[in-house]
Design a protein around this ligand. Structure first.
Ligand SMILES: Nc1ncnc2c1ncn2[C@@H]1O[C@H](COP(=O)(O)OP(=O)(O)OP(=O)(O)O)[C@@H](O)[C@H]1O
Length: 233
């Protein structure tokens, strides 16, 4: 369970998030929606320890992790798949998987597991990651969410710029993670698909939470407004 309480955070340029409360319960999927610049990526950065909040707290499985570094959160079971993938392009696929395998887990087994879930990666174990297609690179980034056995995965626009067929594969994979009891916090441009996956929906409007609901409660009009950035106006 991930709990963000009364989070305010921003950059040198100013405050972005103002008093945001968000909970990802155990074995649940939360979709985080909002217009461009609303602060979705910033909130994921706070949750993963990349950005220290100005006020508020971050708690993971009941332990206060406010101000802790990303590696410490990762060790406690949080996996962040950022926008732009976060893989090592000059290393091979197999080397990437080995590096991402947590201590105590057999690296060869991790490679076999990834090849089973993503056969395309299995065919490319010796290929340099940076020479693969965008979709294949995204699969490699997502493989980390599988092999590191996390309790919570943060996913920032993981289907961005990918062909529809690959997006289908990625959503099947996300469903599989959710069915395995891993909690997901999903920022996604394919809103309808994100809502299909989600147990709860949060909408950010210019750094403030404007709406929290279960997917069946949310109207198309509310979603459209949130993406135009006009929900509160
Ligand atoms: N490193 C940074 N330094 C300064 N300002 C930043 C930085 N990163 C983001 N911002 C600003 O913070 C605000 C929120 O950005 P953020 O990326 O969190 O929004 P978002 O909801 O994820 O948007 P999008 O859907 O466009 O990715 C924006 O105004 C952005 O310009």
């Amino acid at each position: 369970m991930l709990e963000l309480t009364n989070i305010s955070a921003g950059y040198d340029t100013g405050l972005v998030l103002r008093g945001v409360n968000l909970t990802v319960p155990p074995s649940s999927v939360v979709a985080l929606l909002g217009a461009n610049g609303a602060g979705k990526t910033t909130l994921l950065r706070v949750a993963s320890g990349q950005l220290r909040p100005t006020t508020g707290s971050v708690s993971l499985s009941g332990v206060d992790m406010t101000g802790k570094r990303s590696e410490q959160l990762a060790r406690r079971g949080l996996c962040h798949v950022p926008e732009g993938r976060g893989i090592f392009p000059s290393l091979t696929v197999a080397e990437n998987i080995r590096l991402q395998t947590p201590p105590g887990v057999d690296k060869r087994k991790a490679i076999r597991d990834v090849a089973e879930v993503f056969p395309r990666l299995g065919e490319r174990l010796d290929q340099r990651a940076g020479t693969m297609s965008g979709g294949e690179q995204q699969m490699l980034a997502l493989a980390r969410a599988y092999i590191s056995k996390p309790s919570v995965v943060l996913l920032d626009e993981v289907s961005m710029g990918l062909a529809p067929r690959i997006v289908d594969d990625i959503f099947v994979y996300l469903r599989r993670l959710a069915d395995a009891g891993i909690s997901l916090l999903v920022v996604e441009q394919y809103v309808a698909r994100a809502l299909e996956l989600a147990d709860y929906v949060y909408i950010l409007d210019r750094g403030r939470l404007s709406y929290v609901a279960e997917p069946f409660e949310i109207s198309e009009e509310t979603i459209a407004h949130s993406y135009l950035g006009g929900l509160a106006s």
